[in-house]
Design a protein around this ligand. Structure first.
Ligand SMILES: Cc1cc2nc3c(=O)[nH]c(=O)nc-3n(C[C@H](O)[C@H](O)[C@H](O)COP(=O)(O)OP(=O)(O)OC[C@H]3O[C@@H](n4cnc5c(N)ncnc54)[C@H](O)[C@@H]3O)c2cc1C
Length: 493
């Protein structure tokens, strides 16, 4: 039986390990931290459960496939609960827009903003459907290993006008500025600015329309737990709390890995779910290929980081939906500050996560857990004192905003609170520049231009996760696992 090592148990690493083990490869999954999940880590504090990262589960089918491979049902290990509305979008002037895949309700919401945009919305849906079929369904789980594959995809990319941004495409269909924000903000969930991310990312609108928006009962951490359970039941070996210190090579072949605790594991192949720069630069110090690839990757553009305030409070808030986007006074200008200028603006747009409105078990009785997320420049642009003054200051400003807009007496209700900053992404996840989503999803860093699912020179070294094709987000990294597993299973046959 052939053996593979997967470095890192994020969503991508777990999905790949399940696929390999299901495909008859003896798979060892190694995770450096004390809990699996990567960006999907979690904390338990004072009776509250706080998921660290992903909360919006889309395309449940891409997860279900991981169980179906071995004839099992995901529902035996985890319950996904529907969330409605998918999101409430809220502006400082008090306007709310409830976004879902209920066509009648959605059209009523659009008509409230501007009935003149209903026709343009129909055209946007046609466009989103086209890019979903061409970009996600056909190409989202296929590796781009050579330029030829890019040329094959180019007629579809040209038809989709992929060089234009999501915001620019949306603006060609609808006129109302708030509606333009509603239909373009999704790229932020995968680390891209709506002003720069190619129009093909409008596919997320269709993805949510088709598959819905879901929440795992008990939190995203329970979905991660279910994936680990499933992997181990298949016979996979999971090593926790012991990072890979080196991916060992001989010539142009990987031969094994050495862990921080001194374990030496020989293997036929290695797939890294760790940060792409970190993998080449730090885990392959003796490989000239690794060092060369790292230098080239360091020159690329990285997605911003995030500043996340977690808080558990007394009281319940049935009027605050599960997912809320709180826009600030500026959209394009704010995005430019974060992505181009690399400054921390006075204003911000926030995402408020309120899991206890769907699943009260995530807080003590009569209490609620929340997190509020603020996109901020990565540490290469804004190397601030996040652990000290800057972090404290931003946390207070964010809580002030929640106080002003939704929970007037928030401070007297707080039972527990803490924040997670760019420095934590770097410290805990070795994230290059503290980026929350790895390489920025711009056209020149997508598909073949992204880190290849199999290394160009070392042909038994593979990659999976946000830095690879197709990119960040749970459907993205689970799709990358399918692309990488297809290659590995073929290569190791
Ligand atoms: C705050 C936040 C909110 C988000 N919200 C959403 C959302 O709602 N919906 C959505 O779809 N996406 C969301 N995303 C994006 C999504 O979470 C990520 O794109 C995705 O989880 C990344 O998965 P990954 O496979 O790249 O692995 P990662 O999560 O990056 O995990 C990599 C793993 O590798 C481990 N590792 C690193 N180095 C080593 C080593 N040397 N040895 C062993 N292990 C190692 C790390 O500890 C980590 O566990 C969010 C992201 C963040 C940060």
């Amino acid at each position: 039986m052939k053996r593979a090592v997967v470095v890192g148990a994020g969503f991508g690493g777990l999905a790949l390990a399940i696929r390999l083990q299901s495909g008859g490869i003896e798979t060892v999954l190694i995770e450096a931290r004390d809990k699996p999940g990567g960006r999907g880590y979690y904390w338990e504090r004072d009776g509250f459960t706080f998921d660290a990262g992903p909360t919006v589960i889309t395309d449940p089918d891409c997860l279900q496939q991981l169980w179906a491979l071995s004839g099992r049902d995901m529902a035996d290990d985890i319950e996904l609960m529907p969330v409605k509305p998918f999101y409430r979008l809220n502006w400082p002037d008090g306007t709310n827009f409830d976004y879902s895949n209920d066509e009648v309700e959605l059209r009523q919401e659009i008509a409230k903003l501007d009935p003149g945009d209903l026709e343009g919305y129909n055209k946007f849906v046609d466009y989103a459907t086209y890019v979903y079929n061409e970009g996600y369904k056909k190409l989202g789980t296929v590796a781009f290993l050579d330029f030829k594959s890019m040329i094959t995809a180019s007629p579809a990319l040209a038809k989709a006008q992929a060089w234009r941004s999501v915001y620019s495409m949306v603006s060609s269909f609808v006129k109302n500025e708030k509606l333009r924000e509603v239909l373009s903000f999704h790229t932020l969930l995968v680390g891209g600015s709506p002003m720069k991310t190619p129009g093909i990312y409008a596919l997320i609108h269709k993805l949510e329309k088709e598959g819905g928006v879901w929440f795992a009962r008990g939190g995203t951490n329970k979905l991660i737990k279910a994936m680990v359970t499933h992997f181990e039941r298949l016979g996979g070996q999971f090593i926790l709390n012991d990072g890979v210190a080196e991916i060992e090579t001989s010539g142009d072949r990987v031969t094994g890995v050495r862990t921080r605790s001194g374990l030496q594991i020989e293997t036929d192949a290695v797939a890294s779910n760790a940060d792409v720069v970190n993998t080449y630069r730090d885990l392959m110090p003796n490989s000239s290929r690794g060092q060369r690839a790292a230098r080239s990757l360091e020159k690329k553009k990285y997605s911003p980081s995030l500043f996340v305030v977690h808080f558990g409070i007394r009281g319940t808030w049935p009027g605050i939906p599960h997912h809320m986007i709180m826009f600030g006074p500026r959209y394009a200008g704010l995005l430019k500050d974060i992505y181009e200028h690399g400054v921390l603006s006075e204003d911000f747009s926030l995402y408020l996560h309120h899991p206890t409105v769907t699943d009260p078990s995530m807080a003590p009785e009569g209490c609620s857990s929340f997190y509020v997320l603020c996109p901020v420049p990565h540490m290469g642009q804004f190397p601030a004192d996040w652990d000290g003054h800057v972090g404290e200051m931003l946390k207070e400003r964010i809580l002030d905003e929640i106080q002003k807009r939704f929970i007037p007496d928030i401070r007297s209700r707080i039972v527990t609170e803490f924040f997670y900053a760019p420095t934590d992404f770097k410290r805990d996840l070795n994230a290059h520049l503290g980026s929350a989503f790895s390489l920025e999803p711009v056209l020149t860093q997508s598909a073949w231009f992204r880190v290849h699912n199999r290394d160009d020179a070392i042909d038994n070294l593979y990659f999976v996760g946000a830095g690879t094709h197709p990119g960040a987000g749970i459907p993205g990294v689970v799709g990358s696992a399918k692309a990488t597993a297809t290659l590995m299973l073929e290569d190791m046959r």
